[in-house]
Write a new protein. Structure first.
Length: 483
């Protein structure tokens, strides 16, 4: 196999040298890529945190702490029950088991064609590798999935540990999402080949194909944003923190929204919650009475605007500008860093355009979320539902957040088609995770393993036979690894 040194191929540095046996190259690629994908983000975060703290003039001990943490990250990625070993086991099992299984399938299913036998052997090898590689990850215990309950013993009351499963749920949902995308895409493609639609039907199918990814993204974001406001524990901690940072929201407002939904704050009824938004009003130069649910029904939208004034449209515009600048300061350095691989005027301009487009998308996402809330609270909600106290309670108890959740995701239309499908496939697993328990009993773990094994087998088999069907960067990377 010829190894290209073209710097336009970012995976060239991951290809092993010619001295490595061909059959072991996919395993080595998988391990290296798995290690980089798990360790590099943590090293980057640690470095940025260290530099930020150093600029603020912290003590010299910060340096020793930095190197200690860096060593822990580097060594941690080399442990047996970590993601790099999982990747190597998955890919290695897939490639190494295929040939003996192919011989076995040839004996059992001799009446089948050779292509069917190869496909079945590939599927089985990946399924077996996926099952055992996931079990490898699940064998590592985590304190977050252990709960201690008191139990009587001869020596008195002891704390009995109860272990829960679910630590690999995000990975399983990622595999399921990819498998569903492959199957649905193939069925849709076969349907279009079998039929010769009229021009009207063709236009309808084109519209459906165009809107499918944005619709999936919008629906997924609606679930994620709803969970972020009302059930943040259903989201990964880092993802929850990132959304909070991007939204630039006062945590007291989130608490007020949750308490209003769950009945702790009720309009016209004293429940001892006036201090929550009262302190927020004081900080934003508003009368403290504006945060009292007995004196002010409903809370003015100016509280939601957090210092941007009473006008909802101005607040949305200010959110758009602030979020755009925040996102642009993040996207531009990353895109410029990628452009430095081939620094030409064209690549630098493309990096600038890509950063601007992605920043406009994220800014519009945040602005439309907030403006959707204002539409329900002030602009349209009272006119459609009424202004009585129960209706006001209903609006602030969930309808306003639901409105923001419905609107925000459609901002993805500002992105190009390729980026839309990447974003859609990124958020779907996180949206599904909000509908499923983050922890469950260990005895039910076989269901997750089965779902992961079947899904991974579908994706791996497809990427080796129809690589174009596994969409996005993930499909290209996986194709490079298995080559």
């Amino acid at each position: 196999m010829k190894i290209s040194t073209d710097r336009r191929q970012p995976l060239a540095i991951l290809l092993p040298p010619h001295g490595v046996p061909t059959i072991l190259r996919p395993v080595l690629r998988a391990y290296v890529l798995g290690y980089l994908s798990s360790a590099a983000p943590r090293v980057l975060t640690l470095t940025l945190t260290y530099l930020t703290r150093k600029q603020k003039g912290l003590s010299p001990l910060c340096r020793s702490s930095f190197f200690s943490s860096l060593r822990r990250i580097i060594r941690g990625g080399l442990e047996l029950q970590r993601f790099p070993t999982f990747c190597a086991t998955l890919v290695g099992g897939t490639t190494l088991l295929q040939f003996p299984l192919q011989a076995l399938v040839a004996v059992i299913a001799s009446s089948r064609s050779g292509m069917v036998q190869v496909r079945l052997a590939r599927w089985l090898s990946t399924f077996i590798a996926a099952w055992f590689s996931l079990r490898l990850l699940q064998s590592k215990k985590s304190k977050a999935f252990i709960e201690y309950v008191p139990e009587e013993a001869s020596s008195g009351i002891i704390q009995k540990p109860i272990h829960f499963a679910g630590r690999t749920m995000d990975l399983t949902l990622f595999a399921v999402t990819r498998a569903v995308d492959v199957v649905v895409g193939e069925l849709w493609s076969q349907r279009r080949r079998q039929k010769r639609p009229s021009s009207r039907r063709m236009n309808l199918e084109t519209l459906t194909s165009t809107l499918a990814d944005p619709a999936v993204f919008a629906a997924s974001c609606a679930l994620i944003m709803w969970a972020w406001v009302y059930a943040p524990d259903r989201l990964p901690r880092s993802y929850n923190k990132w959304i909070k940072t991007a939204a630039m929201v006062d945590h007291r407002l989130l608490l007020a929204l949750r308490r209003t939904r769950y009945g702790e704050i009720k309009y016209g009824l004293e429940t001892g919650q006036a201090d929550l938004l009262g302190s927020m009003c004081k900080d934003y130069n508003l009368p403290e009475s504006c945060g009292d649910p007995v004196k002010t029904i409903p809370f003015p939208c100016e509280i939601v605007h957090m210092g941007s004034g009473p006008n909802c449209e101005y607040h949305a515009l200010s959110r758009l500008v602030k979020s755009f600048l925040w996102a642009f300061s993040t996207y531009l350095p990353l895109n410029l860093l990628l452009a430095l691989r081939n620094p030409t005027r064209k690549t630098l301009l493309r990096a600038l355009q890509s950063s601007a487009r992605s920043s406009a998308f994220l800014g519009s996402f945040i602005a439309s979320f907030y403006y959707g809330i204002c539409l329900a609270r002030t602009r349209l909600g009272p006119s459609l539902l009424g202004t009585s106290i129960p209706k006001r309670q209903m609006i602030d108890g969930g309808i306003c957040i639901g409105s923001g959740c419905v609107f925000c995701g459609w901002s993805v239309l500002l992105e190009n088609a390729g980026r839309r499908k990447e974003l859609g496939l990124f958020v779907v697993p996180r949206a599904l995770a909000t509908l499923l328990p983050r922890r469950y009993e260990v005895r039910d773990q076989w269901r997750e393993n089965l779902a992961f094994g079947v899904s991974t087998a579908v994706v791996f088999t497809c990427v080796r036979e129809k690589p174009e069907r596994v969409r996005g960067v993930f499909g290209k990377v996986l194709g490079k690894i298995l080559k």
